[in-house]
Ligand binder design. Structure first.
Ligand SMILES: [Zn+2]
Length: 212
């Protein structure tokens, strides 16, 4: 048993008897999938890696939070599905990199509350106000898990695929060395343009109105 502790008390577990790591050929390339079990929540987080994770260059990384509706169902209410696909394609194009898939559905509020928030949005609220109306934070994601996983993968320097400066700040507070960011604006359409506008105007994301 390999137990990884973060400074913030997150405990991730890997089994050494039968390692939770296997080949995962995909349409984007031949990845390795490695699964980390989070003790307190019972959730299984995923690292998909392509190639060797040793430097000297920073490793191209996407830290992607689970979005069942976007990732699996192709929902157009958000840009998660296209971002996930574009990140895997970018890693494949570079020939090496890593995607962390964190089980933090709905920016950390869970699927049930996310759909409640969608209900409020159907009645006119925006993505931020809907969360606040439910008494939930706008963003409840915790990146200490990502920090644990990157150190287990021996990744020192990160080139991060993101439009979210707040994510960069949070990763840095967890001792992740983000040396550059790579923008990821994809999948813009009529159903998510307002959502992306709110992220740009009210939630600090680097999204130019001209990109929408
Ligand atoms: Zn989504």
């Amino acid at each position: 048993m390999n137990v990884i502790n973060s400074d913030e008390g997150v405990v991730l577990i890997e089994n050494n008897d039968v390692p939770s790591e296997a080949k995962l050929p995909t349409e984007y390339g031949d990845f390795l999938i490695r699964v980390f079990h989070e003790e307190s929540t019972g959730l299984d987080h995923v690292a998909l890696t392509l190639g060797d994770m040793q430097g000297p260059d920073p490793v191209l990384i996407r830290v992607h939070s689970e979005c069942l509706t976007g990732d699996a169902f192709g929902s157009r209410r958000c840009d998660c599905g296209p971002q996930l696909q574009a990140a895997l394609r970018a890693i494949s194009d570079r020939g090496w990199g890593c995607l962390l898939y964190l089980r933090q559905e709905g920016r950390g509020i869970g699927l049930h509350a996310k759909i409640q928030a969608y209900h409020l949005q159907d009645k006119g609220a925006d993505t931020l106000d809907a969360n606040l109306m439910l008494g939930l934070p706008a963003d409840d994601r915790d990146y200490s898990i990502a920090s644990c996983m990157l150190s287990a993968l021996d990744i020192q320097e990160v080139s991060l695929l993101t439009n979210n400066p707040n994510k960069v700040e949070q990763l840095r507070t967890h001792q992740i060395n983000v040396v550059e960011t790579v923008p990821l604006i994809v999948g813009v359409g009529e159903h998510n343009r307002d959502y992306l506008q709110t992220k740009g105007q009210r939630m600090g994301h680097n999204i130019n109105p001209s990109d929408l």
